[in-house]
Design a protein around this ligand. Structure first.
Ligand SMILES: Cc1cc2nc3c(=O)[nH]c(=O)nc-3n(C[C@H](O)[C@H](O)[C@H](O)COP(=O)(O)O)c2cc1C
Length: 169
């Protein structure tokens, strides 16, 4: 029997359709607490986690991000920023934190979807919109929200034997 962590990892799926239900501040804080505990190169932690619940700001972000329109319907949106002058591993650091966010969210029955936002056209607009300090760069962006299980499709995944290699290729 898989433990809860394994279960949450295995059952996580990208969610792009959300129901209209508010996420509590306590849950969002707990999720970001998991993000900030992710590993970083040299333990630099040169990051900020911007949590957006304001409908107007979310709606603007959704309109900027061509492949993230669903952000508008999500209860929250999280943007991970890293100071690239201070962290040479910025993308890896942000990605580790992003996965923590997704798994922590899943443990609260919340769905997430990563929206590709590293050096994209919409990244600059989002930075401006949220008064992001010059030295910070948008690394990842994701939606978080409650959802209906029936709306989530199961993407095809490669089997373990297709991707796992022992000792040498
Ligand atoms: C770096 C990265 C960028 C992604 N960007 C988008 C995106 O812009 N829009 C979107 O709908 N999904 C995006 N996704 C989600 C993927 O499409 C999804 O993870 C993949 O289809 C596998 O499905 P699963 O997450 O349900 O396992 C992104 C995922 C990653 C890791």
């Amino acid at each position: 029997m898989a433990n809860e962590t394994i279960k949450n990892i295995k059952e996580r799926r990208s969610v792009r359709k959300y129901i209209d239900k508010k996420i509590s501040k306590e849950i969002l804080e707990e999720i970001i607490d998991c993000a900030r505990l992710a590993p970083t190169g040299n333990n630099r932690q040169a990051w900020s986690f911007l949590v957006i619940t304001d409908a107007e700001i979310k709606s603007k972000i959704a309109s900027y991000a061509r492949y993230g329109r669903f952000i508008e319907e999500a209860g929250a949106c999280v943007a991970v920023f890293v100071n690239q002058d201070k962290a040479t591993t910025s993308l890896q650091d942000a990605s580790a934190a992003t996965e923590n966010i997704m798994i922590a969210a899943k443990s609260y029955d919340l769905g997430t979807c990563w929206v590709n936002s590293y050096q994209k056209e919409h990244s600059k607009k989002i930075k401006e919109l949220v008064n992001c300090p010059q030295e910070m760069e948008l690394m990842t962006l994701m939606s978080i929200g409650y959802y209906d299980e029936d709306d989530v499709s199961m993407p095809a995944k490669k089997s373990l034997s297709e991707v796992m290699v022992w000792d040498k290729f």
